[in-house]
Ligand binder design. Structure first.
Ligand SMILES: Cc1cc2nc3c(=O)[nH]c(=O)nc-3n(C[C@H](O)[C@H](O)[C@H](O)COP(=O)(O)OP(=O)(O)OC[C@H]3O[C@@H](n4cnc5c(N)ncnc54)[C@H](O)[C@@H]3O)c2cc1C
Length: 428
C-alpha cells in the first residue's frame, strides 16, 4: 500500500503541505524527529501574515499569534552607546496587521493539532534516515527499520535537509550561505513589556540591532515582544565565524549583546523560559537548489527559501507558501498519474510566480552586499560617534556642527570606497 505522500518534518512548510493534502482527502503522513511540532523549531519571532493571509484564510482567527507588530525599531550599537530609530505606523496594525510575533512552540503545536484533525498522520520521534528508490525515483522513506512507500516525498526537514542530501539534490550548505542564531525567551509581565517598548496594550514591537556586538562579524541582534515574553537573540554569519576562526565565540557574543546598556534595559528582570540555537539559510536565490526530482519536492528551509533583507528576516511565510504550493503540485501529479520531476513541475513554476520568488529575486544581491564588514563595524560606530560629538558639551571652544558633519561625510560617504558601496546598493 502506497501513501499518497510522506512529508518529512513537521515545521511550517511540512504542516502547510500536510493540511493541503489532507483537505483534498489524500493519505498523508508527516514524520517529525522531535517530540512534536514546535519542539525543535526555532525562529526569531516575526511572521509576516500579509503575504499568506489569503492562502490560509481559516487560520488567523484562531492561530496562537502573540502581538501584531506596530512598532519597528533599528538600533545602532557601539561600545556603551546606541542610536535608535523608531518607526510607528498605525497602518501596520489595524484590522489586518501585516505581521505578528509568534512562538513556534505554541504556533507549530496548534498547527500540528489542526492538521491531525483533518486526517493527516503526524508522527513524532521519527527521524527519517533513508529514502526508498524505485527505478531512479524517490518512492518513500525508511524510518526505524520500517518502510513507508509513497507516491511523493515532500522534504520539509529544514536547513540541513537530510532528504535533499540523500536524494543528491542539496549538499552541505556553504558557510557563507548560512548564519547561526542563538535566542532566549525571557518572561516579563505584559505591562512591563508595553512600558519598555512604549506600546498600547496588545501592540507589539520588533527591534533589530547592528554594530559592535558582533565584533566585526556579519550579523546582528533582534528583540521581538510576545504577549508575556521577549524573544531576544543574536545572529552571526557562519562564513565569517569560520574564516575568522571564532566559531566558539557565539555564546560569548550573545552574553556581551545582552550586557549592552540598551539591551540590558529592555531585558531587565526577564525570566529565562527557553534557550535555543539554530542555523538560518541566508544564501538567497543563488543558493536555492533544484526544487523537484522524480518523486520528490523540497519546501521551506530545506529548499533554502529564507531571506535576510538586511533590515528584517523572512522565512516563515516562505515556508508556509512553499509547503502549500508543493502539496498542490502533488495533487496535480496525482490527477495525471505522473510523479516524475516533469509531473511535479507545476511546483517550481508556481513558486516562481509567487511573492516568495519576487522577494528572492529583488534581494538577490543582498548576501554579497552584507559581506561588507563596514556595515557591522565602521558605519554604526561612526554614526554613534557623530551624535556623541553633537550631544557632549565641549570644555574648549565648541567645534562647528557643519565641521563635524562634513568630517563624518568625508570619512564615511564622500570617498571612493564608500561611494563604491553606495553604488552597489543600486542593485537592490
Ligand atoms: C534565529 C532565527 C531567527 C529567525 N527569524 C525569523 C523571523 O523573525 N521571521 C521569519 O519569517 N523567519 C525567521 N527565521 C527563519 C524561519 O524560522 C525559517 O525560515 C522557518 O522556520 C523554516 O520553516 P521550515 O518548516 O522550513 O523548517 P523548520 O521549522 O526548521 O522545520 C523542519 C522540521 O524538520 C524536522 N526534521 C529535520 N530533520 C528531520 C528528519 N531527518 N526526519 C524527520 N524530521 C526532521 C525538524 O525537527 C523540524 O521540526 C529565523 C530563523 C532563525 C534560526
Amino acid at each position: 500500500m502506497k501513501m499518497d505522500a510522506v512529508v518529512v518534518g513537521a515545521g511550517l512548510a511540512g504542516l502547510a503541505a500536510a493540511e493541503t493534502l489532507a483537505d483534498a482527502g489524500l493519505e498523508v503522513v508527516v514524520l517529525e524527529r522531535g517530540d512534536g511540532p514546535g519542539s525543535k523549531n526555532v525562529t526569531g519571532g516575526r511572521l509576516y501574515v500579509d503575504p499568506v493571509r489569503d492562502l490560509f484564510p481559516e487560520w488567523w482567527a484562531e492561530a496562537p499569534l502573540e502581538r501584531p507588530v506596530t512598532h519597528e525599531a533599528w538600533t545602532l550599537l557601539d561600545e556603551g552607546k546606541s542610536l535608535r530609530v523608531d518607526f510607528q505606523d498605525e497602518g501596520l496594525g489595524g484590522a489586518l496587521p501585516q505581521s505578528y510575533t509568534v512562538l513556534r512552540g505554541r504556533f507549530d503545536a496548534w498547527l500540528g493539532e489542526r492538521v491531525t484533525g483533518k486526517g493527516a498522520l503526524v508522527i513524532p520521534q521519527k527521524p527519517v534516515a533513508e529514502l526508498l528508490w524505485e527505478g531512479g525515483a524517490v518512492a518513500g522513506v525508511r524510518v526505524d527499520g520500517e518502510e513507508i512507500p509513497a507516491h511523493a516525498v515532500i522534504a520539509c526537514d529544514g536547513v540541513l535537509s537530510f532528504v535533499g542530501k540523500a536524494a543528491g539534490v542539496t549538499d552541505r550548505p556553504a558557510p557563507r550561505a548560512v548564519a547561526v542564531g542563538v535566542k532566549e525567551i525571557l518572561g516579563l509581565p505584559p505591562g512591563t513589556i508595553e512600558d519598555r517598548f512604549q506600546l498600547e496594550p496588545g501592540e507589539g514591537a520588533a527591534e533589530l540591532f547592528v554594530g559592535s556586538v558582533t565584533r566585526g562579524l556579519l550579523g546582528g541582534g533582534f528583540c521581538y515582544t510576545n504577549r508575556e515574553s521577549l524573544s531576544l537573540g543574536l545572529v552571526v554569519g557562519v562564513g565569517d565565524l569560520v574564516e575568522k576562526g571564532c566559531g566558539e565565540k557565539v555564546p560569548e557574543l550573545f552574553e556581551a549583546f545582552k550586557d549592552h546598556p540598551r539591551v540590558r534595559a529592555l531585558a531587565r528582570g526577564g525570566e529565562l523560559l527557553e534557550y535555543s540555537a539554530h542555523l538560518i539559510p541566508e544564501g538567497g536565490l543563488d543558493a536555492v537548489p533544484r526544487l523537484v526530482q522524480n518523486g520528490l519536492l523540497l519546501a521551506g528551509d530545506a529548499a533554502g527559501l529564507a531571506l535576510n533583507m538586511g533590515y528584517t528576516v523572512r522565512g516563515m511565510e516562505f515556508a508556509l507558501a512553499s509547503g502549500r504550493l508543493a502539496a498542490q503540485a502533488v495533487l496535480e501529479a496525482r490527477e495525471k498519474g505522473d510523479y516524475s520531476a516533469a509531473g511535479l513541475g507545476s511546483y517550481p513554476q508556481r513558486l516562481k510566480e509567487s511573492f516568495v520568488w519576487r522577494y528572492l529575486e529583488a534581494f538577490r544581491e543582498m548576501p554579497r552586499l552584507l559581506e561588507n564588514p563596514a556595515l557591522f563595524t565602521r558605519y554604526p560606530a561612526e554614526v554613534c560617534r557623530l551624535v556623541q560629538s553633537l550631544v557632549r558639551l565641549e570644555r574648549e571652544k565648541p567645534g562647528k556642527i557643519s565641521g563635524k558633519v562634513w568630517e563624518f561625510l568625508r570619512k564615511n560617504v564622500l570617498n571612493w570606497r564608500d561611494l563604491k558601496m553606495l553604488n552597489q546598493l543600486r542593485k537592490l
